[in-house]
Design a protein around this ligand. Structure first.
Ligand code: ZN
Ligand code: ZN
Length: 357
């Protein structure tokens, strides 16, 4: 964790902050290894500080490196401010996560002190977007576990079962294999229901002879996975076949371009051109992909808005889709680690159209 602390310290001084208050729990975990439900950290020039409440006295001692100064207090923000050095200080805070109420409290607490509060959200998230090898190992393990759950549940047959039941079984299968849970509620959507990108599984049986979009992921060891496969449940309408092949071609072309260098926008455009060409321009309404790490949606973005260049160590999804309202939906999603000269696909399920009964 110490490399992460050094990297954060460098960013804090680059932004000309005296210290940064890290209040978002996912960021605290990334920085310190602490997995409890209440904590904050303060990182600046001096010794790094960690504040939690009495419930985590023992756990924090076990999880944190000794370089952290641990402080125990019921009111975290009160303790954070009480421990600030007695000199003029620019204190960065996370304006993307701190609640209005917490911000008001922080303002009140520093009002008697020579402390300037500076909005500084996103600093830790930018560091988190570039994973180290140990993090990629964890994401790969989460993806593998999710693949195995899919084989167990979907491989056993889905026709006649309800979407909800299949989704629930995927969650249970992932938990049984050791996952903390699903990284998001699984999507199982048959036929025209698949045309809703964020379909909620229904209590209706999955019919034969249609496409079924299945989007699921595991949360394991603090890291998420995310994958989508669209399977056939028998002979398909030629229209559905053509949609599947178009999405597959778009997915493979965009995937081939994943490496350090191109922007999210540029990779998104590769998939979009193929889908537009097939006459489905208005049926691909979301971005090509997103970063995945401790959270299932994080930076960088692969979309029309994705201006940042991909960097080695990013882990992103590549997930074009075509959604024809009232007719059919197809999405194919891989989880990919970006390398200097290429990429590694972290999940392992094949993408050629598969039929399950
Ligand atoms: Zn997904
Ligand atoms: Zn995704």
């Amino acid at each position: 964790m110490s490399a992460r602390l050094d990297a954060l310290r460098a960013k804090v001084s680059e932004r000309e902050l005296g210290a940064l208050l890290v209040s978002n729990l996912v960021n605290v975990r990334w920085l310190t290894g602490f997995t409890g439900s209440n904590a904050a950290a303060v990182v600046g020039a001096g010794a790094p500080r960690f504040v939690t409440d009495f419930r985590y006295l023992t756990q924090s001692a076990e999880q944190l490196d000794p370089e952290w100064e641990r402080e125990i207090e019921t009111d975290l923000l009160e303790r954070v401010v009480a421990g600030l050095p007695d000199r003029p200080l620019r204190l960065g805070f996370d304006d993307a996560h701190l609640t209005v109420k917490q911000h008001a409290q922080l303002e009140r607490l520093v009002s008697e002190r020579d402390v300037e509060l500076v909005a500084a959200g996103g600093i830790v998230e930018a560091l988190r977007a570039v994973k180290d090898a140990a993090e990629i190992d964890r994401i790969r393990a989460a993806a593998k576990l999710a693949d195995e759950a899919f084989e167990e549940v979907v491989g056993a047959g889905i026709v006649g079962r309800s979407e909800r039941d299949v989704a629930l079984d995927l969650e249970v299968a992932m938990r049984r294999r050791g996952a903390e849970g699903a990284s998001f509620p699984p999507i199982v959507a048959a036929g025209e229901h698949g045309a809703l990108p964020h379909a909620v599984p229904r209590d209706v049986p999955i019919p034969a002879g249609t496409l079924v979009v299945i989007d699921w992921g595991a949360q394991l060891d603090g890291y998420a996975s995310d994958c989508t496969r669209t399977v056939a449940t028998g002979d398909l309408d030629p229209r559905d076949h053509a949609v599947y092949e178009t999405v597959l071609a778009a997915q493979q072309a965009a995937l081939a371009a994943i490496r350090e260098g191109p922007t999210g926008q540029e990779v998104d455009a590769i998939a979009r051109a193929i889908i537009d060409e097939a006459g489905h321009a208005e049926h691909f309404g979301h971005g090509l992909g997103h970063g995945v790490g401790m959270e299932v949606h994080e930076g960088p973005r692969l979309s029309k808005q994705g201006k940042d260049a991909l960097a080695a160590g990013n882990v992103v999804t590549v997930e074009p889709g075509i959604y024809v309202p009232g007719a059919v939906g197809v999405r194919i999603e891989d989880l990919v680690a970006v390398g200097v000269d290429g990429h590694e696909v972290l999940n392992g399920l094949p993408k050629a159209l598969r039929t399950v009964q």
